[in-house]
Design a binder for this molecule. Structure first.
Ligand code: BG6
Length: 461
């Protein structure tokens, strides 16, 4: 693999410590990074080289015994720091010089992967400076690509997303832009497409004639932690609804792609999202529940009079031939009774004798924890009656000894960005269709009552 430099804007932030650096370390230990690589952290804080190395070690939070000490040490040897200001051209000139020095030490023009791990309000300025500084122009005609990885939220509603995307499109080529939704990189989520299209058993039933409803649920035991100010400005719907949950819906509901490649898969995901029926002032009360956990107002960084939701449940509909009339319930909440992401597909049972009409088959994709796929079915209870009882057929990822430890989604995100596969990244069309739908809800938010719920609850209404 060509030498690659990872440039992390906002390396001192939470995401870099929790996900990016640990994933790069894991890829390094698994020998999945190019032999020649470097990581350059860019941020406003002042550090000496030594202070920065100590900071990185603590920031990564490596557990005792998780890796060999020499691996961690060698990994940290690849990390450099560049202090700078995100909106000052001079800082980018210094960064360019740093990258050139590293290239010189490699004796080659390397690939450059720029990761924006900063507050989204800085995105536009960083895009412009990256472009104007020439940093995203490859250093040679024959080798050394440049790519940009952007975290969600990408925009704040349909208008801001459109504007940001336009800017990005003016400055860079689409094949340079990698918009991250780390849910797409979760192993159990990728399996939805394989499961649907590699097994002919289900596809004939995958439509409104046979499916009664779909329920997509991402609930968490944790609250908002130390992200009060950030979270309070966006709320649950924008935090996980606009992206992770709608991507899960897209994978369940999309049409089979002509070819299983990035172009066609992204096209079909975008298409089905564009068929989501907007929520209107007329139906919002019957379709949407929003909630806030008790005590949220007192979390650090949250406004006293906040109306931000930490929970939502929406009855979504897809207005196309396959799904017309099938409710897709999408739900997410913080401070709930458990941490679980699951998709349940309920099959109709209205064809035969009335005896069993309330007995549904349920197909479950458990995305986390304890990833699995299970099918609920009914069998006759032994004896003299025709009573039935529920049983399950189950596949657990832990049944695969070699796959027992699934790679973290961020490992996959970074790996795919290096090899240039955009399948697990969202396209402009997907982002805009998702925002169009979410904006239809947000515009009527104020008419929807906010239910205050007790922490640790399982169901809200
Ligand atoms: C993030 C949200 O995108 O996803 C967080 O900002 C949420 O609020 C997280 O907790 C959930 O991701 P995961 O991978 O922990 O399920």
């Amino acid at each position: 693999m060509t030498p690659t430099i990872f440039i992390i804007f906002g390396i001192t932030g939470d995401l870099a410590g929790r996900k990016l650096l640990p994933s790069l370390l894991s890829l390094y230990v698994k020998k999945q990074l190019p032999i020649k690589f470097a990581i350059v952290g860019f941020s406003r804080k002042m550090f000496s080289r030594e202070e920065f190395r100590t900071f990185v070690r603590e920031h990564m939070n490596v557990k005792p015994g998780q890796y060999k000490e020499e691996d961690v040490k060698h990994f940290i040897d690849h990390i450099y720091y560049e202090q700078g200001n995100f909106d000052i051209s001079q800082s980018y000139a210094q960064l360019a010089q740093r990258l050139k020095n590293i290239d010189d030490s490699f004796g080659q023009c390397s690939n450059k992967l720029f990761h924006l791990s900063t507050p989204p309000s800085l995105y536009e300025s960083i895009f412009i400076h990256l472009h104007n500084s020439g940093l995203t122009i490859p250093c040679s005609n024959d080798e050394g690509w440049t790519r940009i990885l952007v975290e969600k939220p990408f925009g704040n509603d349909i208008e801001t997303a459109r504007k940001l995307d336009k800017k990005l499109g003016e400055l860079f080529e689409e094949n340079q832009i990698f918009r991250i939704d780390h849910y797409l990189a979760k192993e159990a989520l990728q399996n939805i497409l394989s499961f649907r299209f590699a097994n002919s058993l289900f596809e004939p039933l995958w439509n409104k004639n046979h499916i009664d409803k779909v329920h997509i649920r991402l609930v968490e035991k944790i609250g908002i932690g130390s992200r009060g100010a950030f979270y309070d400005a966006i709320g649950a719907l924008k935090d996980v609804g606009q992206n992770h949950i709608l991507q899960m819906l897209a994978l369940v509901a999309m049409e089979p792609p002509k070819v299983m490649d990035a172009l066609n898969i992204r096209k079909e995901r975008a298409k089905v999202l564009s068929y989501l029926q907007p929520i209107t002032l007329k139906n919002i009360l019957s379709r949407v529940v929003r909630g806030q956990y008790e005590g949220y107002k007192h979390e650090q960084g949250v406004r006293d009079n906040t109306q931000t939701e930490t929970y939502f449940r929406i009855q979504a509909s897809i207005d196309n031939a396959r799904w017309k009339g099938v409710p897709f319930y999408i739900e997410s909440g913080k401070e709930m009774s458990e941490t679980k992401t699951e998709i349940n597909i309920y099959f109709k049972n209205d064809k035969g004798d009335k005896t069993y009409e309330d007995r549904q088959n349920v197909l479950t994709f458990r995305i986390q924890p304890d990833e699995l796929i299970k099918i609920g079915f009914w069998v006759k209870t032994p004896g003299f009656t025709m009573d039935v009882e529920p049983k399950v057929l189950k596949f657990k990822y832990s049944d695969f000894p070699s796959h027992a430890i699934l790679p973290d989604a961020y490992e996959r995100v970074l790996y795919d960005a290096i090899i240039g596969d955009q399948t697990l990244f969202t396209s402009t069309d997907e982002v805009l269709s998702a925002w169009k739908y979410i904006t239809s809800i947000i515009s009527s938010w104020s008419t929807t009552p906010l239910t205050i719920y007790t922490k640790g609850i399982r169901d809200i209404i």
